[in-house]
Design a protein around this ligand. Structure first.
Ligand code: F3S
Length: 282
């Protein structure tokens, strides 16, 4: 039987746990409540919250109640102001690490910098952070987008989406320095990668180097789960699974050491179910 080992850091991160705690409390008090966007990109978590009366609205125009809970990914100040202008009670679950990135973007713009967010321009967290840059910024993972700016702003502030891989952020920053550090220019770099994910990626990678199969448990639409799966896949055979039911016995054939890790929006319970299933079928 192969050795089955869980990575050093799995289950909910601090930010998701806090968001779910707040949401459960509001749902208990009011019977039902709406969240603007998914509070976490994990279907099992959303299904459990739905049983408590939590429903997800995709767009502010769809809000029916008088209270709205915003997700751990945060929102732009304009969106929050527009919700309050409708006399809605806004309950924020913005993670502290996301708030740090928002505040960094705001301060950079106040000091005359153009903000570059290394990340996915379509992700709600990045949209929110750019909202704090008041239109004076953009998000990309491609340095060519910055090279094409005409004129190239003299003062550039570089941040990262909280879920990015530190080594990828560092490579991007080096490229921006090469192309933009010219006479009289100023570049300010703020590392806004989440502490939990940094540790989670490191422990997953350490295990991936020793295992001949890695299972990463998390939502398929979760940015941080996908990043962890990509990192592990560079080292060993890796599969992203949402639940124990996704495990294919064929993957386990001939394997000596199976590693299990999870994204930050995956309940420890789901990880334990995967461990138990592996113990049974491996
Ligand atoms: Fe926050 Fe990091 Fe989790 S940014 S929501 S602690 S993944």
């Amino acid at each position: 039987m192969p050795r089955i080992e869980k990575a050093g850091k799995t289950g909910f991160c601090f930010g998701v746990k806090r968001a779910i705690d707040i949401l459960e409390k509001v749902a208990r008090e009011r019977g039902q409540v709406e969240t603007l966007g998914a509070v976490a990109h994990n279907q099992q978590v959303l299904d459990k919250l739905a049983e408590m009366g939590v429903s997800v609205v995709k767009d502010a125009a769809e809000i029916k109640g008088d209270t709205i809970v915003t997700s751990s990914h945060g929102v732009s100040p304009d969106l929050e102001a527009s919700l309050r202008a409708r006399n809605l009670e806004v309950v924020s679950t913005t993670c502290h690490d996301v708030r740090r990135a928002q505040s960094a973007a705001e301060k950079l713009v106040e000091s005359g910098f153009f903000v570059i967010v290394f990340g996915d321009a379509n992700h709600p967290e990045v949209k929110g952070v750019l909202g704090w840059a008041k239109g004076k910024g953009l998000a990309t993972t491609d340095e060519k987008v910055i090279a094409a700016l005409n004129p190239l702003p003299r003062k550039l502030g570089i941040l990262s989406q909280t879920t990015e891989v530190p080594a990828h952020f560092a490579e991007f920053v080096k490229k921006i320095i090469d192309l933009a550090l010219t006479k009289n220019s100023e570049i300010r770099i703020i590392d806004t990668i989440c502490h939990d994910l940094r540790e989670r990626q490191a422990t997953a990678l350490e295990l991936a180097h020793r295992a001949d199969l890695m299972l990463v448990v998390g939502g398929r639409s979760s940015a941080n789960t996908n990043r962890i799966a990509e990192l592990c896949a560079n080292v060993t055979e890796t599969h992203l699974i949402e639940t124990a039911d996704d495990i294919k016995p064929a993957w386990l054939k001939g394997k000596q050491h199976i590693g299990v890790t999870s994204g930050a929006s995956t309940a420890e319970e789901t990880v334990e179910e995967v461990m138990e299933r592996l113990e049974k079928i491996a």
